[in-house]
Design a protein around this ligand. Structure first.
Ligand SMILES: NC(=O)c1ccc[n+]([C@@H]2O[C@H](COP(=O)([O-])OP(=O)(O)OC[C@H]3O[C@@H](n4cnc5c(N)ncnc54)[C@H](OP(=O)(O)O)[C@@H]3O)[C@@H](O)[C@H]2O)c1
Length: 246
């Protein structure tokens, strides 16, 4: 049997890099996508260096799926993302727009380009990497939270639409994970808070659960689900707690 195939975005570091490693170890053929070509080359898998916010990025990735994965796609992991911390009064609409462009718009554009091949390869799956910030917002993270809330909502809808086509759509919501873009040094520098910071490999495992594993959604680490539940049941309480920390 030929190897199962995957596209992983944001593959040059952190969660994406760990996901490529996990998939490769499990025998998948992975097309890695990010901007830094040197980092992608070091992974030892097929890759395409692309800025996902560029107009032609989805077409270029689609062409690479044809040329490097033989036109078959069993899994799309929409993981690339970033956050620019700023209060709305400082970062304004420009920060929200720039964050949405990568964390939300580019996910939709790439998915649109690859959905026909995912359908043709069914049963297949898509995993969208949102965040606990896609359920519970905090100050100076409004742009990021907006992009991740949007991604979570769109994922639920796409799941319902694509179920009949054999394309499973899962959601992963990581909590604090120490990576290049999200070093979490404010938490790792103190023993009292270090324990709440997780590792990219744990998120990679959750991505497999939510994709080929067929799970609807994985909050990782699982304990963060308590915060999400509390936000749903007692929003005023969570707001007062967050305001106290701010
Ligand atoms: N770490 C956390 O605490 C945490 C928590 C919740 C959710 N998440 C989410 O997890 C995902 C992965 O983040 P991470 O923590 O692994 O951070 P990371 O190490 O900074 O990885 C981000 C990845 O996205 C790529 N990327 C950034 N801008 C891009 C662009 N314009 N076009 C293509 N690729 C781009 C980066 O590669 P290049 O720079 O080479 O392009 C990198 O590979 C993100 O969606 C993030 O929001 C992270």
């Amino acid at each position: 049997m030929s190897a199962r195939t995957a596209v992983v975005t944001g593959a040059s570091s952190g969660i994406g890099e760990a996901t490529v490693g996990r998939l490769a170890a499990d025998g998948w053929r992975v097309l890695a996508v990010a901007r830094r070509e040197d980092r992608l080359r070091a992974l030892g898998t097929p890759f395409i260096a692309a800025d996902l916010t560029e107009e032609d990025a989805p077409t270029r990735v689609r062409e690479a799926v044809d040329s490097q994965l033989g036109g078959r796609l069993d899994l799309l992991v929409n993981n690339a993302g970033s956050a620019e911390s700023a209060a709305f009064a400082d970062g304004g609409y420009a920060n929200v727009r720039a964050t949405m462009e990568l964390n939300f718009d580019s996910v939709l554009r790439l998915t649109e380009a690859l959905l026909p091949v995912l359908r043709a390869s069914a049963p297949s799956s898509i995993v969208n990497v949102s965040s606990v910030a896609g359920r519970v917002a905090s100050p100076r993270q409004g742009a990021y939270a907006a992009s991740k809330f949007a991604l979570a909502g769109w994922t639920d809808s796409l799941y319902l639409e694509e179920k009949g086509n054999g394309v499973h759509v899962g959601l992963v919501l990581p909590g604090f994970v120490a990576t290049e873009g999200f070093p979490q040094s404010h938490l790792t520098r103190r023993a009292a808070t270090r324990w709440i910071v997780s590792k990219p490999e744990r998120v990679a495992a959750a991505i497999l659960d939510a994709g080929p594993g067929g799970r609807a959604e994985r909050i990782v680490p699982r304990a963060y689900a308590l915060v999400v539940l509390l936000r749903a049941l007692a929003p005023g309480l969570v707001r007062r707690g967050a305001a106290g920390r701010a």
